[in-house]
Design a protein around this ligand. Structure first.
Ligand SMILES: [Zn+2]
Length: 185
């Protein structure tokens, strides 16, 4: 009986917190921060024929349902996701996927970097039929690099605090990010 009481109270508290976050998100006006990287970063690189072939082969394999190993994905990520200084990504983002390649910030911890590289690679392979592109990219990369997923979450929480001028806006932005990246719908 006691355990059910604890679960029930916890659920009520959780629901109350979600409700509060949603209400605050609607009514609280936070100054928009410039999160986008300079858009020209996606025009800075050109793939070599070898890289292009690798990407096309991988896309074909995915479409035909052929199994692709974690190692194969990692080899592809190393060829197609380039490391850049954080400023190149607006300081705020961990990575970005352009149409045929992507970028990852070079100051991430090792496992987090692997996770983000796999995440951006996944975007290059998505077909557009995913219900939530971010969730689905996180799901596959989190399965391969669970420690990287956790590192990335903590890194983002710590890194992003300096971009918000009020704690409420900081918390609301984390909530928004949580909804986009962690919830499947
Ligand atoms: Zn993404």
């Amino acid at each position: 009986m006691k355990i059910w009481k604890i679960i029930f109270i916890s659920l009520i508290i959780l629901a109350g917190m979600v409700l509060l976050l949603e209400i605050f998100s609607k009514i609280y006006k936070c100054e928009a921060i410039k999160v986008g990287p300079p858009s020209f970063i996606c025009f800075e690189s050109v793939l070599k024929p070898k890289q292009e072939k690798l990407l096309n082969d991988l896309r074909d394999k995915r479409l035909s349902g052929e199994k692709i190993s974690k190692q194969e994905y990692w080899e592809a990520a190393k060829m197609l996701i380039f490391e850049v200084d954080p400023e190149k990504l607006g300081g705020y983002l961990n990575g970005i996927a352009c149409s045929n390649y992507g970028y990852v910030r070079n100051d991430l911890p090792i496992e987090a970097k692997k996770f983000v590289m796999r995440h951006e690679l996944e975007h290059l392979l998505q077909t557009g039929k995913e219900r939530n592109r971010e969730f689905s990219a996180n799901f596959v990369s989190g399965k391969e690099y669970p420690l990287g997923l956790i590192q990335t979450i903590f890194f983002s929480i710590k890194n992003r605090v300096k971009y918000h001028n009020s704690s409420i806006c900081y918390i609301l932005s984390l909530w928004k990010t949580f909804k986009v990246y962690i919830l499947p719908f």
